[in-house]
Design a protein around this ligand. Structure first.
Ligand SMILES: Nc1ncnc2c1ncn2[C@@H]1O[C@H](COP(=O)(O)OP(=O)(O)OP(=O)(O)O)[C@@H](O)[C@H]1O
Ligand SMILES: [Mg+2]
Length: 335
């Protein structure tokens, strides 16, 4: 495993700046997740590290070595693509074994067999080892693709939204499993996604990507609790952060220049007594929790409600703020 460094990397496709002045150091054994919306430059970043694209400028180092002139095969990376690509004429077993069969690796038959079974169990595909790759569901193909990367021990694993085609239950299981495997192997892993739950649960550090720029990088706790700006704050939190004008709700002490107040669920206090200032518009029952949709004057807010309190549409309640986030005119965070 190895440290990976990108310094001042730029990549354009014609008019589009896919990645701009991108610098990031991924420590040996670190799990970094890049979180960003569609078109933010996530796949491009991975392809640059893998050598499938050439940067216009800047430097990429893997394990101390500048790799810009190395072909993809010489870079010692394992890539799980967004569009999984298996060898269709091969069985699941042979797809998994493939990366170890290359003569340069010199892995014995017995060792290959052992590793294939081990990895197949990890990604829960051991019951379909004899199936052809084409005779699998999308989620099964994706698991084979993950397994085919995990079977090697490269300098770095690059994973491009590998869980996005799986159902929610399997996604939650494999999230935990991937994190466990990465810790156990001490692997360096760069993972990209637009799923905030994946980022929050797996990452040692999350990098927030927007329009090809790395806006902020830090531990999940830092990114969630101490966002640098409105864009970062809005990437995380379920329900979505409420953006309110100053003065709408009591309980704040706004710094000078406050243009927007960011209120997540934990920043909103609901009282059923006192002067009512909010109205329940409707309640969404999600089973384990309730989303409460509120109106304050003409503004709409969403928050979580205690499932033991039976709110109903039309109920009037008192809403106050407690230590919300403050943002200035350019969306910058104020403290
Ligand atoms: N080969 C290409 N030719 C032209 N433009 C490209 C090419 N590859 C990417 N782009 C552009 O670069 C930008 C970043 O693309 P990229 O694929 O890295 O985004 P992404 O964050 O992976 O998005 P998604 O979540 O949709 O996969 C986009 O504007 C995209 O249209
Ligand atoms: Mg992509």
């Amino acid at each position: 495993m190895a440290e990976v460094i990108l310094s001042g990397v730029n990549k354009r496709f014609g008019e589009t700046e896919a990645i701009g002045d991108f610098s990031l150091t991924i420590a040996d054994g670190e799990f970094v997740v890049l979180l960003g919306p569609t078109g933010a430059g996530k796949t491009t970043t991975l392809r640059l590290i893998a050598g499938l694209e050439k940067p216009d400028s800047g430097e990429i180092r893997i394990g101390g070595e500048a790799v810009m002139d190395l072909a993809p095969a010489a870079r010692d990376v394992a890539f799980v693509f967004q569009q999984y690509s298996l060898y269709p004429h091969l069985s699941v077993y042979e797809n998994l074994a493939f990366p170890l069969r290359s003569p340069i690796h010199r892995v014995s038959r017995d060792e290959i067999h052992r590793r294939v079974l081990e990895v197949a169990r990890m990604v829960r595909i051991d019951h379909k080892l004899e199936n052809r790759a084409t005779r699998l569901s999308g989620g099964e193909m994706q698991r084979v693709a993950i397994g085919r990367a995990l079977i090697r021990r490269p300098a770095i694993y690059l994973m491009d939204e590998p869980l996005s085609s799986l159902d929610a239950k399997l996604r939650a299981e494999l999230r935990l499993e991937l994190k466990r495997i990465q810790k156990e192997l001490g692997s360096t892993l760069l993972y990209v996604t637009h799923d905030q739950i994946e980022a929050m649960t797996m990452a040692d550090r999350i990098g927030i990507l927007a329009d090809g720029k790395l806006v902020q990088i830090g531990t999940p706790r830092e990114i969630y609790g101490n966002p640098a700006n409105l864009h970062v704050a809005a990437r995380l939190g379920q329900p979505h952060i409420n953006l309110l004008p100053p003065g709408l709700l009591p309980g704040t002490s706004e710094p000078a220049g406050t243009k927007t107040i960011g209120a997540r669920t934990e920043h909103l206090q609901l009282l059923t007594t006192g002067d009512a200032n909010a109205k329940v518009a409707w309640v969404e029952h999600l089973g384990d929790q309730n989303h409460l949709h509120l109106t304050v004057a003409e503004h709409k807010l969403t928050t979580l409600a205690d499932p033991h309190i039976a709110f109903r549409s039309g109920d009037r309640i008192r809403l106050t703020l407690k230590d919300p986030l403050y943002f200035g005119a350019a969306g910058e965070r104020l403290t």
